[in-house]
Design a protein around this ligand. Sequence first.
Ligand SMILES: Nc1ncnc2c1ncn2[C@@H]1O[C@H](COP(=O)(O)OP(=O)(O)OP(=O)(O)O)[C@@H](O)[C@H]1O
Length: 242
Amino acid sequence: MTPILELDGVQKAYGAITVADRQSWSLADGEALGVLGPNGAGKTSMFNLVTGTIKVDGGTIRFDGQTITDWPAARRCRAGIARSFQVPQPFSGMTLFENAYVAATQGAGLSGQEANSVCLDVLTRTGLIRKANHLAGSLTLLERKRLELARALCAKPKVLLLDEIAGGLTEKECHALIDTIREVRATGVSIVWIEHVVHALLAVIDRLIVIDFGRKIAEGDPRTVMESREVREIYLGIAAHG
Ligand SMILES: Nc1ncnc2c1ncn2[C@@H]1O[C@H](COP(=O)(O)OP(=O)(O)OP(=O)(O)O)[C@@H](O)[C@H]1O
């Protein structure tokens, strides 16, 4: 089956710091892929390369049957790639509905009643509808994370990129968010999820890749990858012998 998203030999460096080192991986349509790696490994940079906010030095990115390597960020978003940010970035002086509306109109290119319906549906699905008319600046951390997810969903993505959306939440909040992400996934949206909260990741993903120094060092079944020597040595910092 043709992947919905594919990176082929993607290269990016900032001076001496390589954030993507001939990175190649793909995401099948409907799949949920997890991404692990130590701080500074290049995970967020990889999302920036996929969404087009930074340009590759080399390699190719394909999405939904087209080569998008040179496409500007707005075109990629309109085509169906949306992301959440590690640090939530809502328009704090606007209501939740207005935040969602900006995403639906600017991200997905919707207007009028269609944009309204998408916003109401997404705010309901993400558990935010009761606060639709509250200012985004008044939200708790969990609600801000939910709004990040809602804004990405209002762009009607085929591929949803989640950047550490579970970080900083209590166990109970984390479980509630996992349920929401599972529901999103069940609607057919393909997901790439960068996360340090491993149990949250393992509750959702089909496959796991591990990145270190911009290089993919492991890939496969999540539990097998977690137990692999490379991951124990490089990600968890546990020396492997023999
Ligand atoms: N615009 C930039 N200019 C120079 N260096 C950068 C730039 N963006 C990122 N870096 C560096 O690239 C490396 C990878 O950063 P990146 O944010 O992609 O890592 P990460 O794996 O997402 O880390 P974390 O888990 O801490 O979020 C870091 O050393 C970072 O300081």
